[in-house]
Structure formats: C-alpha cells, structure tokens
Design a binder for this molecule. Structure first.
Ligand code: ATP
Ligand code: MG
Length: 433
C-alpha cells in the first residue's frame, strides 16, 4: 500500500516564493537590531520543563494547555520552547552574563521556531516563529520606550501601516498585591457565571481572568476595577516617564487598563502592537507584544536584575504583509543565463556558469537538453540580465555571444576573457549599459 505522508497538524512548509518574504523579514530585523545594538543569541529549542513552568506561571494557557512537553529516553522532563524569553533568561543566568564583564543593558535578540499545542487556525499554529529582543540590567523607563520604538520601527520598515500601540502598566509587587485583592472582591459575586478556566484562576491568579478569551468572562470584566487606580508612587512615576518618553519620540499610544498579557512574569510596562487587518478577521490583531519582567532573572536563579523585551509572531506578520501587498525585494536576480546549442557545448557551458559564479554573479544553464528556443524562453522567464550563447561554431573559435536582454545589444567575446575576468567583460563590452 502506498503511504501518504502529511506534515504534522499545525505545522507549515515554507516554500520558495514565501521563503523570500521570510528572508526579507529576518534580514530587515537583523539590520535594525544592529542599529539598536542588539546582538544575536541562540538558545536550544528545548529546555527543562521547569524553565517554562517557573517563568510562564502555573495558570497561564501556555503551561496548563499548550506545552509540547515529553520525557526523553533518560526520563528527563523536557519541553519544546513555547516562547523565547525563558530560554534567554536561563542562558543569561547560566552563563553569568549579569556579571561586571558585560556591558549593561545587555541587549540580545533571537529568531526561530516556537511550539504550542494549540488549535490550528489562520495565524495560529503548533510550530510557529518568533523574533524577539531582551534587554537586561536597567530599570530606566527610557529602555522600555527604546524597546517599544524598536518594535514600531521594525513593523513599519516591513511595510505595515495602521499600527496601534496599546500600553498598560502592571505596576510593582505592591501594586499587584493590592489590585489582586480588589479584583477578587469584584469577581467573587460573579463566580457562578465565570468560565471553568476563570473559576480556577480567580483565586490562584485573578489577573488572568482579565485575559480570558471567553466572551461572557469578557463582558463581566468590563466593569472590573482598573489597575491604574492601584499604582504605587514608584509605579506611577515609572509609567509617567514611559508615556512622556513616547510623547517625546512622537509615538502615539492608547492606554488599555484591562490589558494584562498571557504570561505571569511581567511587571510595570506591558504593550502590544496591533495591526488593522481585514485579512485576519475583524479589527486589530496583535503581532508584537512585550513588557518588563523585573523578577524573572531572579526566578531562574540569578541576581535581582531587571529586564524588558518583546516577541513578534512571524506567521501573523507575514499574513499582514501579504494582505497589505508589501513588495518584497528580489535580492538574487539572475545575471546570466548560459545557452548551449548542440550536445558538444555542454562541458563548456558547465565551465562558463561556474566561472561566472566564481566572479560573483548569479548564473544558470539548461540541464534538460532543451532546444535553444526553449532555453531563451527560460532566460526571459527568469528575467536574466544577460544571455551568453555558445554553439559549435563559437566553440571552435573559442568565443561566446553575450547579449544584454535590456538593450538587445550582442557582442562576441573570447572565452579566455570570460574566464579571466567576467565582471570586466560586462563592464567594457557594451556601448550602452
Ligand atoms: P494570543 O492571545 O493570540 O494567544 P499570546 O498572548 O499567546 O497570544 P504571546 O505569547 O504574547 O501571544 O506571543 C507573541 C506573539 O506570538 C503573538 O502576538 C502572536 O503574534 C504570536 N503567536 C502566539 N502564539 C502563536 C501561535 N500558536 N501561532 C502563531 N503565532 C503565535
Ligand atoms: Mg496564546
């Protein structure tokens, strides 16, 4: 019986054509991160389960439902990473990057696949990709704003318009303790109406209820007290400074006091950048989200050292870019298509494409013994800048015909010149360029 193989549910093949968009996204991000002086960090795609369970929070969707965890042959409890921050913080602590030898803030970025056991749908997969940044070792609200500005800058460089920055603060520990109690007091009378998830979370982690995806829960929490009324003077000062810095940079934002984020580790500034996207359903979709996580380094065994960062979902970003018809530059246009006429030229055309590539240009030829006419058609379809044609006659003379596809101009060039310096041939042989 013939076996039909399919990719696992919730995964995708990124094929040539689409991979160009991905490369454009990654290259643009790398360039911009360099401008902001973030350096790349690469951590494993799986970690000890506890790295995520400790940091994401016991009541988070990620830990309760979405972990791709397993026991390996040595009975170790491992998990494919559901997000990037926990692994980076683990590496930061394990490699003692908090020490005086490293410049603070310590600024890194990552990009790569993440894994969550979710119900697949448009823009939501089981293996998906994130690009993210983290900056450790400074409490400055200006650093929060630098990270936000970097996120905004990246999305607009990638061609997204109609961006909306939603901003909130979770304050400090005292803020959250006070707010937590107020929230419990507010939610308790509604206990019977809450979804099962929210019932469990009400006492364990009431802020999580604000993040519920259940419609009825969402109706209830509309009237919940606002965390902004519970900020300590320190938390207020931090938030005011963030807002003033955003104003100074001319970055518009909406304060959304009900936004809490899906992970437990945030405090002070949290933010989401959303894009308006008819293509992805109604209204705004979050593509990039992040915030400050001042307790996280300590949580994973390091010193008390603050951090701030964001994660960006690449699948959603690419969907948005496609919806907005963002033009993707073609980084590797075809310079030369070598046309061989007759079987005897095959060895020479092989040498020619190799020589042109060695000279730093892109080159291709036919490998299917096609007739010259079909080869020229291919050259046209591939948008070659030049064709280089060689038949029996040229082979005997040790020449080839170089034709500019833009102007139609054609010249006969000694093979020796081509092998010696092809770039020079192109530069000198044509009257018009
Ligand atoms: P949501 O509320 O949509 O589930 P989240 O809070 O779980 O989002 P984060 O953990 O903050 O998302 O991840 C940051 C970004 O990663 C999201 O804004 C989204 O663009 C992307 N993302 C998250 N989960 C998935 C997934 N399963 N498939 C594709 N992209 C995802
Ligand atoms: Mg989620």
């Amino acid at each position: 019986m013939l076996m039909r193989y399919q990719r696992p549910k919730g995964t995708a093949d990124i094929l040539p054509g689409d991979s160009q968009t991905w490369q454009f996204v990654e290259a643009t991000a790398r360039q911009l991160f360099a401008n902001y002086r973030f350096e790349e960090i690469r951590t494993p795609m799986f970690e000890n389960f506890e790295v995520f369970s400790r940091t994401s929070g016991d009541t988070s969707d990620i830990v309760t439902k979405e972990m791709y965890d397993f026991k390996d042959k040595g009975d170790r409890h491992l998990s494919l990473r559901p997000e990037g921050t926990a692994g980076v913080v683990r590496a930061f602590v394990e490699n003692k990057l908090y020490g005086p030898e490293t410049q603070k803030p310590y600024k890194v970025y990552y990009m790569g696949p993440m894994f969550r056991y979710e119900r697949p749908q448009s823009g939501r997969q089981r293996q998906f990709h994130q690009i993210g940044v983290e900056a450790f070792g400074s409490d400055a609200p200006e650093l929060d704003v630098e990270v936000i500005a970097l996120g905004m800058n990246l999305l607009s460089k990638l061609g997204l318009t109609h961006l909306r920055l939603a901003l909130n603060t979770l304050g400090d520990k005292e803020t959250r303790d006070n707010y937590r109690q107020a929230l419990i007091d507010f939610l308790e009378p509604h206990f019977d109406e809450l979804s099962d998830d929210s019932k469990v979370r009400l006492h364990k982690n009431p802020l999580r209820v604000l993040d519920s995806k259940d419609k009825h829960d969402q109706e209830i929490v509309v009237d919940a007290p606002s965390i902004l009324d519970f900020l300590t003077p320190d938390a207020t000062a931090h938030f005011d400074r963030v807002k003033a810095s955003l104003d100074a940079l001319g970055i518009a934002y909406d304060v959304d006091a009900t936004m809490v984020r899906g992970l437990d580790y945030y405090n002070h500034t949290i933010f989401e950048i959303m894009a308006d996207s008819p293509a992805l359903g109604e209204g705004y979709t979050t593509v990039l989200a992040g915030g400050r996580y001042n307790g996280l380094v300590e949580e994973l065994g390091g010193p008390d050292m603050p951090g701030v960062g964001f994660g960006l979902g690449v699948e959603r970003l690419v969907l948005l870019m496609q919806a907005e018809k963002v033009a993707i530059p073609n980084d590797h246009p075809l310079d030369v298509y070598v046309v061989g006429i007759g079987d005897d030229t095959s060895l020479e055309t092989l040498k020619l494409v190799q020589a042109i590539r060695q000279a730093g240009l892109t080159a291709d030829r036919d490998y299917l013994s096609r007739k010259p006419k079909a080869q020229f058609k291919t050259a046209n379809r591939l948008n070659a800048a030049y064709t280089l044609t060689i038949g029996d006659q040229e082979l005997a003379n040790q020449t080839a015909n170089l034709k500019s596809m833009a102007t139609g101009e054609e010249v006969s060039v000694p093979l020796a010149d081509i092998y010696q310096d092809f770039q020079n041939v192109v530069a000198t042989q044509f009257t018009a360029k």
